[in-house]
Ligand binder design. Sequence first.
Ligand code: ATP
Length: 202
Amino acid sequence: MKLTRLRLHGFKSFVEPTDFVIEPGLTGVVGPNGCGKSNLVEALRWAMGETSYKSLRAADMEAVIFAGSGNRPARNHAEVVMSIDNSDRTAPSAVNDSETLEISRRIEREAGSVYRINGRDVRARDVQILFADAATGARSPALVHQGKIGEIIQAKPEQRRRVLEDAAGVAGLHARRHEAELRLKAAETNLTRVEDVIGQLA
Ligand code: ATP
């Protein structure tokens, strides 16, 4: 799986549709302070399903939408689209038959976020699991934001274990286990109800 293109539209300072074509090899982004370098990494993290405690409030979630500047009015939506080359067929099995993957997240004011994989609506969880299975994702140590190194040095052993689990690619298994446990609990509740009904009929 290789990220080949990143498209931003209305995301933070990228008010006009902007395409970044990522060629094989090392890519560097250079520019003066405040030109949007960090916003690019934020866009990646956001499209991978970032739902940090900071972004749980609607107003904070909408902070990623272009807020307007001097002579430009604010926008009502923001969208980030990632194009991923899957010609090596290393994507998780659910989407592994596609040569390319297009993963997008779009947010509209007062309407929340919509995620899509190859045009199909999916849950945030599906996108998070897809990247977790590929040993990357919004929380992955592959995305190093300012202050992250200090955070890891000062982290508790439990938090540091999570970083290692992400790197080892088992984070997706934890998420699946949690979902399976929830389903199991629901099935057990249904079973108890069925037994009650049978008991009443007997
Ligand atoms: P530095 O080198 O100083 O870290 P940078 O190139 O990483 O800078 P960013 O932090 O990515 O820059 O971009 C900051 C710019 O993005 C600021 O000018 C800020 O006003 C703008 N910005 C952030 N959010 C929004 C938004 N919602 N609407 C409009 N502009 C925004």
